[in-house]
Design a protein around this ligand. Structure first.
Ligand code: ADP
Ligand code: MG
Length: 726
């Protein structure tokens, strides 16, 4: 048996338990060892029998005699009684319903008991105690005992037994993947010792140290992987995109607004980065409404003018269409050809018809992309899922990157461009990891596109150090001038009517209103699950028929056919609808400058960062805008969270707060790392994160190369597979 042995090779784990464990996600010996206790019970104090008192639980060490099963008046109950003694005295022990115990104990055998002391008419007795044979290393009694998360059919007692025997069998043969130097430097327990101490600690302190070691290890491996990726990218070639300041000036001059300094700075950094012959790997962070799209459009323009293609990935169809239109109209004067590829229909804008898109078949669109007849291809997930190939892709933009499960860079493909005098692009995946630099092939250079991801969810510092440490951050830290801060209010149920009156007044002024309904998770008990659609539908009907019968109300949810969604959005955008009742599909990126009220039902069901995103849908022009948060929840935590939103307009502060309050589990994109729960909590521990990152840096900088650390190499490979879905 070794760590990767399947459960079937673990002694004493039969088919029944294999099945139960599988249900808990445990498939190997390793999984069992990494099933850490939820907590511990300190059962290390042994009390002399003479000192036991009624009403408390005690651990005892001694022998048991006169064990026999007795009859009771109530026939079904079996009672086993015995006399337990140590050097200080004896006590009666009573077990109910465990008749086999009458045969369990040998005469004079030393045992440990742990149970509560009760009293009946004949005096005090130890009631239904747990028992264990005394030996040098007890696992239940006479020690700090692990308590595992309660699962049906898999008791803590059973897990202790199995885990203990695995540790005994292979505990000494476990290889430590952490380099000695790091272990020493950071004062960490060795791997095998930490595994032992996390399950069977000598003290609470040792248990804590063990956990710290594993948390550190996880953060260290992630950092090592991220830094290795960074290093690799620095060695890979990318197309160098010349920066034409003149052309950028012309582009800016045609915009209906002036760029903010933040936008100019960000665009400059990005354009300068793309001039270099190594792949840019940048994340553009800017609060909702800060105008990231136009910055990305400038990067795309530079690529197109240099004779390359750009790909734009958006999380929703609505957003992809919006980008298609805005980018299409802003780049049309520059003779760019733009395609839209979504799940439902494909469109195409050619410079000849700048204001009109034409429908095009998927096959044709793909053909054009492959031939290089499309300069910019904008799309949803379909862009990665279908076998889209490019002729000479130089830039991949991922909008709202936090919405994507995976770092999608790896999944766009490029094919050789036969008749071009330019660099030859072999048909290969674009992931840097997939691109061997084949120098022997002489002139043929493999070029990796530049990568720009954008997000309105600011990345808290700890996550920036670990999970996003391979990306160079660029921040747009200001909003276009003229935007008024949004007034945010938590509305008590009794004030609902007043809020409706207010909304109506806004509509009468010519403004528009969003109403967001939460997704209601299917409940775990047997009641019919309330679906997201149902709540939206109900709300829609209520508002359309009862509250605002004289206004134009529309509904939008993710399950609607794409065409219908598109139609609803179009109408809303053109001001033909007053109130849009929607699920979180409008959360990201949708731009309706005329909307002035964002009303959120069940606000407690959303994370702060997400609420902030919703709020960002309004306040996109010079109209004063409002965000109303409705909640039925009276919990202090909810109130505190919503207050944070009322008090702060800074996405960054809110993201940090969200991380503290709800943990990193809420940051989409963290899940894919497969970080175990115990380490997840530590993603917010700045000190530990910094320590792990430093250690990873020093390992990479020193001459201990990963090649000489096969285990480390394997682990980084493991992350690569997980993240790139290879
Ligand atoms: P986000 O950063 O949230 O993606 P968008 O790129 O969608 O923001 O821009 C939001 C809105 O602001 C759009 O209507 C866009 O045209 C507009 N916009 C962008 N930059 C400016 C600016 N400098 N001044 C005024 N409006 C701008
Ligand atoms: Mg956006």
């Amino acid at each position: 048996m070794n760590l990767s042995s399947p459960l079937s090779e673990v002694p004493r784990v039969g088919p029944v338990y294999q099945k139960r464990l599988k249900g808990m996600g445990i498939l190997t010996a390793r999984d069992l060892l990494f099933h850490f206790p939820k907590t511990y019970r300190d059962l290390s104090v042994i009390t002399p029998v003479s000192k036991i008192t009624e009403g408390k639980e005690f651990c005892l060490s001694g022998t048991i005699a006169n064990v026999q099963e007795k009859r009771t008046f109530i026939k079904q109950v079996s009672v086993v009684e015995g006399i337990f003694s140590d050097a200080t005295g004896s006590a009666r022990v009573v077990w109910l319903n465990q008749p086999y115990l009458a045969q369990t104990f040998g005469a004079g055998e030393k045992i440990l008991l742990c149970g509560k002391v009760l009293r009946d008419k004949t005096g005090i007795f130890v009631s239904n105690p747990a028992h264990e044979k005394e030996g040098p290393s007890p696992i239940h009694i006479g020690r700090i005992a692990p308590v595992y998360a309660e699962t049906k059919g898999v008791s803590s007692k059973w897990l202790r037994f199995i885990i203990h025997s695995i540790l005994n069998a292979i505990g000494n043969a476990l290889e430590d993947a952490l380099p000695q130097s790091v272990q020493k430097e950071c004062n960490l327990l060795p791997f095998a010792a930490a595994l032992r101490q996390v399950h069977f600690p000598d003290s609470q302190k040792q248990a804590d140290l063990a956990r710290e070691r594993f948390s550190f290890e996880e953060l260290f491996y992630i950092s090592l992987f991220i830094l290795t990726e960074r290093k690799k990218l620095a060695e890979i070639k990318a197309p160098s995109i010349p920066l034409s300041v003149d052309m950028m000036k012309r582009f800016i001059a045609k915009l209906p607004f002036t760029l903010t300094d933040g936008q100019k700075k960000a665009a400059w950094l990005i354009l300068k980065d793309m001039e270099k012959p190594r792949p840019m790997n940048r994340i553009l962070q800017g609060d909702v409404g800060s105008g990231k799209t136009v910055v990305a459009a400038m990067a795309a323009l530079a690529c197109v003018k240099a004779g390359f293609q750009a790909a734009f990935l958006a999380p929703t169809e609505i957003l992809a269409r919006q980008h298609f239109k805005t980018i299409g109209s802003s780049l049309a004067p520059f003779k760019a050809t733009i395609g839209l590829l979504t799940g439902s229909s494909d469109l195409f804008i050619s410079p000849k018809l700048p204001n009109d898109s034409i429908e095009i078949s998927r096959a044709k669109l793909l053909q054009k992309a492959k031939e290089g007849a499309i300069d910019i291809l904008i799309g949803t997930h379909a862009l990665i899922q279908d076998k889209v190939r490019f002729s000479n892709l130089a830039l991949v933009v991922v909008d709202e990157q936090h919405r994507f499960g995976v770092r999608q860079r790896a999944h766009l493909q490029t094919t050789p461009r036969q008749s071009s005098g330019q660099a030859n692009y072999p048909s290969t995946k674009l992931g840097a990891s997939k691109l061997p630099l084949d120098k022997a092939r002489g002139k043929q250079t493999i070029l990796t596109p530049h990568f720009l991801s954008m997000t309105a969810t600011p990345i808290p510092r700890t996550l920036a150090m670990t999970l996003y440490g391979d990306l160079d951050p660029t921040v747009i830290d200001e909003l276009p001038i003229g935007r008024k801060p949004i007034e945010t209010k938590v509305i008590a149920p009794k004030d609902r009517g007043a809020a409706y009156v207010f909304m109506k007044k806004e509509v009468e002024k010519g403004r528009q209103v969003f109403v967001i309904c939460p997704r209601i998770e299917p409940s775990t008990n047997n009641t019919q699950p309330v679906t997201e659609i149902k709540t939206v539908k109900e709300e829609y009907e209520k508002l359309a028929k009862e509250v605002f019968p004289e206004l134009r109300v529309a509904m939008l949810h993710g399950k609607m056919p794409a065409r219908e969604k598109e139609e609803v959005m179009k109408k809303f955008k053109r001001g033909k609808t007053d109130i849009l009742v929607s699920t979180s599909v409008v959360e990201v990126g949708v731009d309706i400058p005329n909307a002035s009220v964002m009303m959120i039902e069940g606000a407690d069901r959303f994370g702060l960062a997400q609420l902030h995103q919703f709020r960002g849908r309004v306040g996109r022009s010079d109209h004063q805008s409002y965000c109303f948060l409705f909640t039925e929840s009276r919990s202090a935590q909810t109130q505190a969270r919503l207050r944070a939103l009322v008090e702060s307009n800074s996405g960054f502060l809110l993201a940090e707060k969200d991380l503290q309050l709800r943990g990193p589990g809420d940051f989409a994109g963290t899940k894919q790392w497969g970080i175990p729960d115990f380490a997840m909590a530590n993603l917010t521990n700045l000190k530990l994160v910094a320590k792990a990152r430093e250690a990873a840096k020093s390992v990479l900088d020193s001459d201990i190369s990963l090649a000489r650390h096969p285990l480390l190499k394997e682990i980084t490979q493991h992350y690569r597979e997980r993240l790139h879905m290879e």
